[in-house]
Design a protein around this ligand. Structure first.
Ligand code: UDP
Ligand code: MG
Length: 322
């Protein structure tokens, strides 16, 4: 249910960003004031910084900003928990205080002007708006190659994500209430948000270079994130083991027949056929059993997440508040 003049919270995770925050904070405020001035969002909108256990002066900067302008507010995590958890903490903090949230990195890489189109899409009835990078010219070849392979690998492994969309997106508080029911601990927001459903769309923007400081996403962290994404969204790896087990089991049973036929034809050493039969039979049966057990473990895994089984988006007796 789209609200006119919604309260917007911009959620910004920050980890050791004392070099870039003083540069970008003014840009965020300018954007927020611009949107307020244009009458698109409420004066009660805020910029919510989430300090992810920074070891430098980031929190001091956030506290100083909060004192300077009431549009800046901040929360701090007790220790570093990583980007995904920082974003989630901000979203959950904001969900009861606002109508819409936009999560964005604090390094100025994502184009703030895309926020106008995001808010417009919300006002036109979308609950989730994905910011998608149209070009990556400013990224190094290595970063571009690894990042694009990351999305392809995820999709191939059955974790459906929006291609070239990172965590720059608008989510309405209504969708956030549903997201809060996804109680898993290993979170991969890019894969979870599409599972929430609701009317959604994409907004395209160009990605800039980091304004200062260094990336906290080296290849190592990106691989860890991809691994988290695959294992928390997809049972495909388990299914691949089951399929492998099945293939090898079939081969083993062919092996058994081959050993019996060879010994009947009589060109084998005594004891060879029985040994081969036992090895093949046991190998085949074991792998097949492992596959079946894997299927059950997969089911248990999905059950333990206790994800919502359905989410209602519309009811005829609830009117839109336009
Ligand atoms: N970040 C965070 N916790 C971390 C690592 C990163 O909150 O452990 C934040 C960081 O401050 C930035 C965003 O996540 O706002 C994206 O990180 P970065 O720009 O380093 O990643 P890249 O854009 O290079 O992929
Ligand atoms: Mg960045």
């Amino acid at each position: 249910m789209t609200k006119n003049n919604p309260i917007l919270y911009i959620i910004i995770p920050c980890y050791n960003e004392e070099r870039v925050l003083p540069i970008t904070c003014g840009m965020f405020l300018e954007k927020l004031n611009g949107l307020i001035g244009a009458g698109k969002i409420s004066e009660d909108s805020r910029i919510l910084f989430v300090n992810d256990g920074s070891k430098d002066g980031t929190w001091d900067i956030i506290c100083r900003l909060a004192g300077e302008d009431s549009h800046y507010i901040g929360i701090a995590q007790s220790r570093n928990r990583g980007h995904q958890n920082a974003v989630l903490a901000g979203l959950m903090e904001a969900k009861d205080k606002c109508d819409i949230t936009i999560s964005i990195d604090c390094d100025g890489q994502d184009d703030l002007n895309a926020m106008d189109a995001m808010v417009d899409a919300y006002l036109n009835g979308c609950e989730i708006v994905y910011g998608v990078r149209s070009r990556r010219d400013t990224d190094t070849f290595f970063k571009r190659f690894t990042a694009e392979s990351f999305y392809k690998l995820l999709n191939w492994m059955g974790a459906e994500v929006v291609f070239n969309h990172a965590d720059y997106r608008l989510i309405s508080s209504r969708a956030l209430v549903e997201l809060a029911n996804f109680r898993e601990v290993n979170i991969f927001l890019r894969g979870m948000v599409p599972l929430v459903g609701f009317k959604s769309t994409s907004v395209y923007y160009e990605r800039h270079e980091r304004l200062a400081g260094e990336s906290h996403y080296p290849l190592r962290k990106m691989l860890a994130l991809a691994f988290d994404g695959i294992t928390s969204l997809s049972l495909k790896p388990i299914r691949m083991i089951t399929a492998l087990g099945l293939v090898i089991a079939v081969l083993s049973f062919i092996g058994v027949i081959w050993a019996v036929v060879s010994s009947l034809v009589g060109n084998t050493v005594a004891g060879w056929a029985s040994t081969v039969c036992i090895v093949c039979l046991m190998g085949g049966i074991q792998l097949l059993c492992l596959g079946v057990i894997g299927e059950y473990i997969g089911k248990i895994y999905l059950e333990t997440k206790a994800r919502p089984r359905y989410i209602i988006s519309e009811r005829t007796w609830e009117q839109r508040e336009d």
